[in-house]
Design a protein around this ligand. Structure first.
Ligand code: C5P
Length: 398
């Protein structure tokens, strides 16, 4: 990040104290950081703190002092290599989405030609409110990248989605954008992610708790490294930022299988992160099954194993990375799967590790390859885990 010009926008949010950490991390990497605050941000963190850390004056208003000197928003917007608004409040997101320009931060946003990132931070109900979600969609459509808010305990005492992403994750996203290297430029990647739902009747299904977060983070990382990415995504409830990724939404294992077979040809890298159902009902009912029996028995039949089928047709220069979620004899089982499914690498996450696996924002993995190498990693955010996985692929094969 040496000498890269990073403009940080700060809104009025209790999460504003995290901006101090973001700036400190950026300065450690020798970035040139300038900060703009909205008027309400100064109720949460002082300009003095942020100017001391950034080593630049913090800008809050259109004018400086009483001398008619103004902070040139156009110049600031053109100066930046990237503009990161963290924390981004519901209010500022709404104003950005609607072209409102009643403070310096908003004027700079409207003038900026560089990539713009927002890291929303707010209470869970504000975050999931239809108008906030609609504003974020509008911003995404106009090219703003959303650094998704995370799930956790909020200042209100409630728990849910709304916490600002961790400073390390935000800095790692900026770093990826600014690091000129695109080691996967010209490569094609295919990722499967999320659960599958196997129909019982029009209302019920057999599914699992996969959130899709790991696979989506991998797809984004592959894209950040320059690959052209196709993502086959099972039914997930999260609203992901999938801009730039060619996404196909599917429901069942059969649909995922058909599409994966079709899209596998030409994929240099395939990452199978989906939690595909192993069994489906032999027969699914066309109308709702009534509660008129004491016992109900289903016959389940196997779903197609996408990994096995792709492993069979894989050419020597295609790379397939699979996942193993194990509860016992983890390494031994993962190694068996690496060979039986003809993976190039397998990512093992253990359900025994707290914070790892389904639904969490964090994961703890090991990566095993066919040359008997095992790399072990700490518990990290899924964004950082995705970077480790894609870095391991690049290091070994490109
Ligand atoms: O056999 P198991 O389900 O543990 O294998 C996990 C790996 O195989 C994952 O990479 C998963 O995406 C993939 N898989 C698949 N199709 C299935 C079952 C698993 O692609 N039907």
């Amino acid at each position: 990040m040496n000498g890269k010009k990073i403009l940080i926008g700060v809104c009025g949010s209790i999460a504003a104290y995290k901006t101090a950490y973001i700036i400190r991390l950026l300065k450690k990497q020798h970035a040139d950081v300038r900060v703009i605050m909205t008027p309400s941000a100064s109720g949460f963190i002082t300009a003095l703190t942020l100017s001391t850390l950034s080593k630049n004056p913090v800008l809050t208003r259109f004018t400086v002092g009483d001398q008619g000197e103004w902070n040139n928003h156009v110049e600031l917007g053109l100066w930046a290599d990237v503009f990161v608004i963290a924390p981004a409040s519901a209010n500022t997101l709404a104003k950005m989405a609607n072209g409102i320009c009643d403070n310096l931060l908003l004027a700079v946003y409207l003038s900026a030609r560089c990539p713009v990132y927002v890291a929303p931070a707010m209470d869970l109900d504000m975050h999931k409110h239809a108008s906030t979600q609609a504003n974020m969609r509008i911003l995404q459509e106009s090219g703003v990248k959303i650094i998704d808010a995370e799930h956790g305990e909020l200042a209100s005492g409630l728990t849910g989605i709304g916490r600002i992403a961790e400073p390390e994750s935000i800095v790692s996203i900026i770093d990826d954008l600014l690091s000129s290297g695109s080691p996967l430029q010209g490569k094609k990647a295919l990722v499967t992610a999320g659960p599958t739902y196997e129909k019982i009747d029009p209302i019920r299904f057999i599914g699992n708790h996969s959130s899709g977060k790991m696979g989506v983070a991998i797809a984004r990382q592959l894209m950040a490294y320059g690959a052209e990415v196709k993502l086959i995504l099972g039914p997930v409830s999260n609203l992901f930022n999938l801009e730039g990724i060619n996404v196909s939404n599917v429901t069942s294992a059969d649909e995922m299988y058909e599409l994966a077979k079709e899209q596998f040809a030409g994929a240099d890298i395939t990452v199978l992160a989906a939690a595909v159902a192993d069994y489906k009902p032999r027969i699914s009912a066309d109308s709702k099954i009534k509660k008129n029996k004491d016992n109900l028995t289903f016959e389940l039949i196997k779903t197609p194993d996408i990994a096995v089928s792709l492993g069979k047709i894989k050419s020597d220069d295609q790379i397939i990375v699979g996942f193993a979620l194990e509860t016992d004899n983890e390494v031994e089982n993962a190694r068996k799967k690496l060979f039986s499914k003809n993976f190039s690498m397998i990512v093992l996450n253990s359900l025994n590790d707290p914070g790892a696996g389904f639904g969490h924002d964090t994961n703890k993995i090991s990566i095993l390859d066919k040359d008997n190498n095992t790399r072990e990693y700490e518990l990290k955010s899924k964004t950082d885990v995705a970077k480790d996985i894609v870095d391991a692929i690049v290091e070994k094969y490109f």
